[in-house]
Design a protein around this ligand. Structure first.
Ligand code: NAD
Length: 347
């Protein structure tokens, strides 16, 4: 059986990646659209066979509570709007998948978790890479000891942000984005460091640098270098940037072998190798739609009443560490991360 989903926000990512991905899903179907532009919503509804009764605006979104055809809402709005629409969705009786980063502040994340808990709704954060087969194979290889003890990681994420693009307008606005490249794509390096190691960092050290003559960075940061220190002693060196052609990659250096994913977090065409110094293995892994896989995961959690991977707590942990990264960059000091979050070690 397929659960009904409403997509909230019809921007770049929703239109080009998420709506087409319903065709690859097995437990999810598109049943609703929420948009500020009624003409666009009607046109997209026609294209995807969504009933007129499944179309909502941001103003009448709460009326979705009367629509039994919709079980789950997927929030794909600018970061600062995630909280409001997650809370309204949960209050309307819908389960929620919310895009990354979860919200600009830890407090907002806490309110989102509470709203879903109070309304007995599931909350998942859209960490699609946690459902992507190359990333899952890398996690498995590391957990099974294929690379030995991991002491060092290097994880990087960059794009060249075109200030003319419509989707760049809110990204360069601190109130809507929360911050710059760190919130937007550095979060991939941060989250991957955590899921590849299966541990939570206890300390962070960071530097941030934006060119003063670049008008894009009046409000948000460009280049970030951050170092995460893990309880077993492992260190992850991570970077994010809005000023380099698109790239994302992870290298994991273990005592027996090193492992590399490049790209790490593209939409398609992932690549994984493991090299022990003598032999290089390039496992053949079937690409799938990670978007369909993550949506189906939440549909099944709702159907089976189980807790989703990539929970609200998982999203909040990244935001907590992001705040510590800014604090370290501002003070020049190493910052400790206080948290009792324990991740699912098998993920
Ligand atoms: P976008 O600008 O293309 O889309 C945002 C949508 O929100 C637009 O349709 C816009 O009209 C609407 N909107 C509603 N209220 C708005 C307001 N007050 N100001 C500005 N826009 C408003 O952005 P996007 O790239 O689609 O990103 C949307 C969300 O999805 C972000 O949280 C982003 O981090 C996330 N995202 C995730 C991935 C991923 O791979 N998981 C990829 C891209 C974007």
């Amino acid at each position: 059986e397929r659960l009904g989903w409403a997509v909230v926000g019809l921007g770049d990512f929703a239109l080009n990646q998420i709506l087409p991905a319903f065709a690859n899903s097995t437990h999810s179907r598109l049943a609703g659209l929420v948009s500020g532009n009624a003409d666009k919503a009607r046109q997209i509804a026609q294209q995807y066979g969504v009933a007129e009764s499944g179309i909502y605006s941001y103003d009448n979104f709460d009326e979705i509570s009367d629509n039994d055809d919709i079980d789950i809402v997927y929030i794909i709005l600018p970061n600062a709007l995630h909280e409001e629409f997650t809370v309204r969705g949960a209050q309307a009786g819908k389960h929620v998948l919310c895009e990354k980063p979860m919200a600009p502040t830890v407090e907002a994340c806490q309110r989102m978790i509470e709203a879903c808990r109070d309304n007995d709704r599931k909350l998942m954060i859209a960490y699609r890479e946690q459902f992507e087969p190359h990333n899952l194979a890398a996690i498995k290889a590391i957990r099974e000891g294929m690379v030995g003890d991991v002491n060092l990681l290097s994880v990087n994420a960059g794009v060249s942000l075109d200030p003319e693009a419509p989707s760049a307008q809110w990204r360069l606005n601190k109130a809507l984005a929360g911050g710059g490249s760190l919130y937007d794509i550095g979060i991939y390096a941060l989250n991957a460091s955590r899921y590849l190691l299966g541990e939570e960092p206890t300390q962070v050290f960071a530097r941030i640098h934006s060119r003063e003559d670049d008008p894009r960075f009046a409000q948000v940061e460009d280049n970030v270098a951050f170092q995460l220190i893990f309880p077993n002693g492992a260190v992850a060196n991570c970077t994010s940037s809005y000023s380099t052609p698109k790239n994302n990659e992870a290298s994991v250096f273990g005592t027996k072998a090193w492992l590399r994913m490049a790209p790490l977090s593209n939409y398609y065409n992932h690549w994984l190798i493991v090299d022990d110094g003598n032999q290089r293995i390039e496992p053949s892994i079937q690409e799938i739609s990670q978007f369909a896989a993550e949506m189906d995961h939440l549909s099944r959690c709702v159907q089976d009443d189980t807790a989703p991977h990539a929970s609200g707590e998982e999203g909040m942990q990244d935001v907590r560490i992001i705040r510590a990264i800014y604090e370290s960059a501002a003070t020049g000091e190493m910052v400790s991360i206080e948290s009792d979050y324990e991740r699912d070690p098998n993920l």
